[in-house]
Write a protein that binds this ligand. Sequence first.
Ligand code: COA
Ligand code: AMP
Length: 633
Amino acid sequence: MSGEYASEYRRAQTDPRGFWGDAAAAVAWYRTPQVVLDDSNSPFVRWFPDGMVNACYNALDRHVEDGRAEQLALIHDSPVTGARQRFTYRELRDRVARMAGALRARGIGVGDRVVIYMPMVPEAVIAMLACARLGAVHSVVFGGFAANELAVRIDDVQAKLVIAASCGIEPGRVVPYKPLLDQAIELARHKPETCIILQREQLPATMIPGRDLDWRELEAAAAPVDCVPVAATHPLYVLYTSGTTGQPKGVVRDTGGCIVSLLWSMRKVYGVAPGDVFWAASDVGWVVGHSYIVYGPLFNGNTTILYEGKPVGTPDPGAYWRVIAEYGVKVFFTAPTAFRAIKKEDSGGAYLKKYDLSGFETLFLAGERCDPDTLAWAQDRLGVPVIDHWWQTELGWPAVANCRGIELLPVVPGSPTKPVPGFVFDVLDGAGKPRPPGEIGALVLKLPLPPGTFTTLWGNDERFINAYFKTFPGYYETGDAGYIDAAGYVFVMARTDDVINVAGHRLSTGAMEEVLAAHPDVAECAVIGVADAMKGQLPLGLIVLKDGAGRDPGAVCREAIQMVRERIGPVAAFKLCIKVQRLPKTRSGKVLRGTMRSIADGEPWKAPATIDDPAILDEIGAAFSTLGYPVTR
Ligand code: COA
Ligand code: AMP
């Protein structure tokens, strides 16, 4: 109905307590909160502070009790192994309850941290929910990260226990996870007491006696346990995301806010009713996986799909259409990069025509800027609304979207549409003054942020304040630059920091620079994100060799590439590295990353007046052109 979005938005803005208090009525509480919001210690905001709740109860048990016991909760579809598994709500509840029993028997209880390092297997979901059942705090680490990144996370979160699989499966290769885990624990200062290992037949792992336990044996021997009521403000999970340095940020999500916001967003943003089939083609290691593979769809009584495969090559560019048709997916969520991969291999949509997609209603895209070409291609081929929407790990759920479940607004290519109720944006200049409509600046959100957004960074309240709330008092700094047009549409243009976006994955160039700087022959380095037609951006490293290193520059570059793969992981997709004589800098010594990025991307650029040596930019341009990057001047 016309005008519904505007009135919902207004109500959330003018009466957040009433708005979110009403939304909280959809949650199964052990103790219903009497207080909706306590923002007396902003930015440390507490939603539903006196409520008692359990996320696993809301995801599983309540549906078993309310008549959904035999409905499918989870479908695992794995083209890389050929496996397919289905779990009803009752089956999933029973397995989670037993695994929770196994964890409790190993001493895991409320507040203990459990790191989960697993590929897209049902046990990853079971492990997350088993932690939630006990009030233990899970921290899932994406499988494409290397041992060092895993170690950093184990240390920071002080994991008491790790749950891992013996291996992951990427097209064409088996990735041994267990040796990476062993190496990570060796590197970590904090040693987890126990590791529970899911042995996969593709590559069983060698177990370390006294520390490693077999998942299947434990689960078979365990007695089921009930959900443990926890405070709504109790952390449900910690999820690490890239910042500007090598030390990732441990985003903390509270339990009550997470349930209220995800339940609300399933219905109002995605327009999904209980019982519908919903699919987010991401990974449990990312926020999309937490919010919309696991928790959101299960809170809402949906059937969710866990897909262990790629958009192309497993086996062909029709893979997504097969899954949508086979399971009757109503709403599908992925990253634009996946569509670019499909479009490249099947631009005419021949694979699409093989499948009956009549039950498919909406496509949501997020994770990176959606280029208008990809949007148009998806709209033309699919004939359903294609909705770009914007959010971040910190926020936990969409902040800018076309809210399908409220009112479908006209789509404007290049814009993820309008702020979602609960999120109030401003665009500010460097001095913190609001920019007029249509003019670019820092995208910021007014405090308090709505429920489900992060409550702090794990063990680091100071970094929480400094990284997000210090530059613009009274606001949360998103780290993105953009503008809002006169009609209220938000346009997200670029990051304002050294974070880059590679295939929808958020990566820190600072972290890569730290690795390159550790190479014994590297005197100086910089990593920038350059445009890539498929992945949106790719990292490109520039290294200056130490005087007298006497090494073949090509060999050093190859070693540097290998070091990033070994220390950060293949997900960094760091494959471009060049040697330069010097880095372009201002007279005060600041590396001109932005100018180099413009040169690499073929955008107009001008040497800043403060540059110490303008000639160096010509050398940089020439070096880029050897890699095939456009150079215009
Ligand atoms: N475990 C181990 N390695 C992994 C991994 C995992 N879970 N996930 C990815 N990797 C590896 C890949 O094998 C690849 O290694 P390689 O350098 O040896 O080839 C590397 O990390 C990069 O992986 P990926 O980003 O998947 O790139 P790709 O070139 O293999 O595939 C796409 C390209 C577009 C098909 C792929 O990026 C994709 O599916 N993107 C969708 C993005 C997405 O869902 N994002 C989530 C945010 S919503
Ligand atoms: P992550 O925390 O990994 O989800 O990454 C969040 C970042 O990805 C945002 O700050 C943006 O830079 C980018 N991003 C996510 N969704 C979009 C989108 N729809 N349009 C443009 N950028 C996006």
